[in-house]
Write a new protein. Structure first.
Length: 153
C-alpha cells in the first residue's frame, strides 16, 4: 500500500506545503552534473565516473539533449518498514525529458540523485519541482547500509 503525501513529508526535508501531494512529495532540482569520465560496475565493487557541475545560465540550468545526473534538494529518510519510488513529474515528460531512478531501500538516508534524459533543450530553474517520491509498506530482512548512505548531505 502506498502512503499518503502527508506521511511521506514527515520523512523528507526541507518541504514546503506546495510540495505535498495526495500520494507523495515533490522533489526539487538542487544541482545538475555531466559525467565526463567513465565509471565501472564490477562483481566486486563500483566506481562512479568523474562529473562536472553544470553552471546555471542566469536563473536556470539550460540543458541540451543528452544525459545528466540531477541531485535533489531534499534529504530523504526511508522508514525501516517502507520502500521509496521516484517518478518524474508529468511536466518533464511533456517537455521530452525522462527521470530514471533506482529503488530507495528501507533505511536509506541522504540527498539522492537521478538520471535526467533530455531529448529536447530545456531550462530547469533551481528549486523547480521535477519528481515525486512515494513510499510503500515493505517487508525486508535488513535495512540499507550501502556506500550511498548519507550521500550529498
Amino acid at each position: 500500500m502506498f502512503r499518503s503525501g502527508a506521511f511521506v513529508a514527515e520523512h523528507i526535508g526541507p518541504v514546503d506545503d506546495e510540495q505535498i501531494q495526495p500520494n507523495g512529495v515533490d522533489l526539487t532540482v538542487d544541482a545538475v552534473f555531466e559525467q565526463v569520465e567513465p565509471g565501472r560496475i564490477g562483481r566486486d565493487g563500483k566506481t562512479v565516473g568523474d562529473r562536472e557541475d553544470v553552471d546555471p545560465a542566469g536563473d536556470a540550468f539550460v540543458l541540451s539533449p543528452g544525459g545528466y545526473v540531477l541531485r535533489y534538494g531534499e534529504t530523504v529518510k526511508i522508514p525501516s518498514d517502507h520502500v521509496g519510488f521516484i517518478y518524474p513529474r508529468s511536466s518533464l515528460l511533456r517537455n521530452s525529458c525522462m527521470l530514471n531512478t533506482a529503488v530507495w531501500d528501507a533505511g536509506y538516508e541522504g540527498r539522492g540523485e537521478g538520471l535526467l534524459q533530455v531529448h529536447h533543450e530545456i531550462a530547469l530553474e533551481r528549486d523547480a519541482r521535477v519528481a515525486q517520491i512515494v513510499f510503500a509498506r515493505a517487508n525486508h530482512e535488513h535495512t540499507y547500509d550501502g556506500s550511498y548512505q548519507g550521500e550529498n548531505r
